[in-house]
Design a protein around this ligand. Sequence first.
Ligand code: GMT
Length: 381
Amino acid sequence: MRIGITCYPVYGGSGVVATELGKALAARGHEIHFIAYSMPFRLDHFQENITFHEVHVNAYPLFEYPPYTLNLTSKMVDVVRFEQLDVLHVHYAIPHATSAVLARQILAQEGIHIPVVTTLHGTDITLVGQDPSFLPVVTWSIEQSDGVTAVSEYLRSETVGCCQVGCDITVVPNFIDTVRFRRQKKDHFKKVLSPNGERVLVHVSNFRPLKHAPEVVEVFARLRAEDMPLKLLLVGDGPDRMATEIRARELGVMDDVRFMGKQECVEEILSIADVFLMPSGSETFGLAALEAMACHVPVVASRTGGLPELVVDGETGFLCPLGDIDAFTAATRRILTEDGLHERMAEASRRRAVEEFDVNRVVPLYEAHYAAVLEQAAARV
Ligand code: GMT
């Protein structure tokens, strides 16, 4: 199949999933065309069957707000026409689904019928999408899509409930390459980052406010106060990074906290981690937690959104009430101190990642979805 993929190319789960999907589909023989305003960051080296098409945004002085949605639409029209795509698959509804539906209408006038598949990822529904300034167009664009997928059952029901979307939504969970994401021997990292054999807590996020990153430092400080030999690695960057650092200074734990910034090979850091903390206020899936699980790292996460579909409470980690620092601290302490618990949870985490969320299990679900959508579209023509 010739598949056009549009996503946000910056750091963030939806861009990662879209890019990894494109790479996996290309490896399975499909021809992939990424259409985005810059090269997706995980598209790090040349791969046969993958082409990148950059969307240029016209910055004419009259436009205080350049109409990116229209530039994207025009690019989609051009790529579909020229590359004879079979399907456009857009990740994140705003504005990608809208552009794709518009491109489909433009192309229909010249007899080209291009089905649109929209994958919903999270804040396009749970946060931004519900803003009245977006809601009608988000609902319309999703309903107009030929196929719609959501990354968790939670997101599917939120979309139906909050955006009042009436069409079918297929749940296709996020996935991971469990060959790349596995526990590796990284003794040199361990030597530098936990020189005295301290246990290592890790948090990876884009430090947006909904990630509740300062809570990670609160949990860490409480455990350090118990004289537990520990280090905390914070990976990523974003708006709350400064507040998190200030909190770590106030709590007097900076000597044991390391801000690592954005890291390409997060699996190397996860390879020396003992517990992954995800205190998010909202999370439709929690891809970063899955990456940790695949590297044998138990996860302590909020009982919110789609996280209970990923983290099995008491088996692969623990789920705690939102914002409950005491509960997060107790759960982390248990994993680090209870006889054999860490090993059991680490094994169970890896097993769950491989059995339920491996790329080779999930990508065929997308292929099946495309096939069904193409069949329905062909029947309509
Ligand atoms: O979490 C973010 O801020 C990034 C966001 C995105 O849209 O790129 O992530 C969402 O999509 C990921 C991939 O499907 C999910 O793993 C994240 O849980 C989801 N984030 C939220 O729901 C907050």
